[in-house]
Design a protein around this ligand. Structure first.
Ligand SMILES: [Zn+2]
Length: 502
């Protein structure tokens, strides 16, 4: 019986315990000599055995073994069984060849695998090898997470930053100003993302290949918290130790702008009440069209094809007037409003103190602490003469800048925390106390706003013969409507979470 020697080492086999290809071949040659085995062919390759069918030399060897029609099969010499396979597919192929006696024996430096008794063993060791790979990738993931938790970024730096080659992230002095500019342009609201992509390209920001960044890349940039210091990986957020390019506030303003833009797109309607009124006769939704380029008329879509109502129309101007009257049907006992107002205020206070505010404040404080520690460290380095004066000055300045930025952010966070929300609530309260004011406000509101208000307080209004014949208030407005079946006190208390704003 002749033997085939197979040796393998991949670049990821960093362990010193794994011999080089040359040593593996030498070892096995020595073994063959001492056991008196004849080596017919030597295969060597530098490839990982992690993925199946990934090793051309290995596959070539399998082919040779499969096509071997001689009465005698081959034996295989390899240093360790995991040199042959590290994945279940390749292991399975080896086992199958063993069972068919195409492989007579596998001889490793310390074991012998025969078709008769050791097939299972190969299987087990094969799956161990497989487990080893799973562990390895788990270790890699764990390593990444550890790095993230320490504030490091284990991936390619986003536009505006550079990888320093030692695992750290540096501000790309050339491109960082463009990043800030992109945010500023966007929150101004005057440009679409596509226009920003064009303008920023013309003002000098180019990809590494000298091309324009695609609008999708600008979009990604605008949504990347990395720029104010937060790293996101697999749905988790980590506090980065890199220097922020923008403030969190700027980032949030961009988010608000994105939200606003979406909203405008959605509500770019010609017809205020489309989809908000139904036909009292057949229940179909009302739609609208413009007549003589000016007046807007609403009418039954006649979806069931048997409604006579579609011959009558409701003018938009009249619909607005009729709907404005619904405010006269709302009464707000002052005492109730005050109670609800107090309850809402309490809740608001709790919320703003407990959640986002504290979390952000904590985050900022943590980051401040990191910088302060670094500053102290730096002074020690200078005292120990481990750093020269120039380096010290440069580093000190960077840290000082970061500290300023963080302090500024902290201050603005504290400023905007409470009063704003309180003012809004106050306004709502006053609004509720004055029906007439509410009615006028509705009449004076812009079409989009009128639509929003009606949608907020009413279920679909019923229309018949060109008149609004029936309306139904949504909660909590139904509680205040002049209607005997409304006004349950219990329900009201369950709605303590405040008024949906008008
Ligand atoms: Zn109808």
């Amino acid at each position: 019986m002749k033997y085939i020697l197979y040796a393998r080492k991949s670049s990821e086999d960093k362990s010193k315990q794994i011999l080089s290809l040359e040593s593996q071949v030498n070892e096995m040659k020595k073994l063959a000599h001492s056991l008196g085995l004849e080596i017919a062919k030597i295969y060597t390759e530098s490839k990982s055995a992690k993925l199946p069918n990934n090793r051309p030399v290995f596959l070539e060897m399998l082919k040779l073994l499969e096509n071997n029609n001689e009465a005698e099969g081959y034996g295989i010499l390899c240093w360790k069984i995991d040199r042959l396979s590290r994945n279940p597919i390749d292991s399975g192929k080896i086992q199958w060849l063993l069972q068919q006696s195409k492989i007579k024996v596998i001889q490793t430096s310390d074991k012998q695998y025969l078709p008769s008794d050791n097939v299972l063993l190969l299987n087990i060791e094969g799956s161990m090898a497989n487990q080893y790979i799973l562990d390895l990738s788990k270790n890699v993931k764990r390593g990444l997470r550890t790095k993230l938790e320490k504030g490091g970024w284990p991936c390619i730096a986003p536009i505006g930053y550079l990888n320093d080659g030692k695992g750290g992230i540096l501000v790309d002095k050339e491109r960082a100003p463009y990043v800030k500019q992109i945010f500023t342009m966007y929150i101004g609201g005057n440009y679409t993302i596509k226009e920003i992509a064009n303008k920023i390209y013309l003002s000098g920001l180019k990809s590494r290949g000298g091309n324009k960044y695609h609008k999708s890349q600008i979009y990604t940039l605008l949504n990347n918290k990395f720029y104010y210091g937060v790293m996101t990986s697999h749905g988790e957020e980590y506090q980065g130790s890199h220097k922020p390019i923008i403030t969190k506030r700027l980032f949030e303003e961009a988010q608000e702008m994105a939200h606003k833009k979406q909203h405008v797109k959605k509500n770019r309607l010609d017809f205020i009440f489309r989809g908000l009124m139904v036909c009292a006769r057949c229940g179909c939704l009302y739609t609208a069209s413009k007549k003589r380029g000016k007046h807007i008329y609403y009418y039954c879509t006649n979806g069931r094809n048997k409604c006579e109502e579609h011959k009558s129309y409701l003018k938009e101007d009249e619909a607005i007037k009729m709907l404005a009257d619904v405010f006269e049907r709302l009464t707000f006992p002052e005492e109730m409003i005050n109670l609800m107002y107090e309850a809402s205020l309490d809740k608001l206070k709790q919320e703003s103190e407990n959640q986002e505010y504290l979390r952000t404040k904590n985050e900022l404080s943590k980051r401040l602490k990191i910088r302060e520690d670094r500053q102290a460290e730096l002074f020690n380095l200078l005292l120990d003469k481990a750093i020269n004066k120039d380096d010290f000055e440069a580093k000190r300045k960077t840290i000082a800048d970061e500290l300023n930025l963080l302090n500024e952010e902290l201050k603005s966070l504290e400023n905007k925390n409470q009063p704003l929300a309180k003012i809004t609530l106050e306004q709502v309260k006053n609004l509720f106390l004055a029906q007439q004011a509410m009615k006028n406000k509705f009449l004076e509101a812009k079409p989009n706003r009128q639509r929003e208000i009606i949608k907020n307080i009413l279920w679909n209004a019923e229309v018949k013969d060109g008149k609004i014949t029936n309306i139904k208030f949504k909660e909590p407005y139904s509680l205040f409507a002049k209607d005997p079946q409304n006004g349950s006190l219990d329900l009201m208390w369950s709605l303590k979470n405040g008024f949906p704003t008008l």
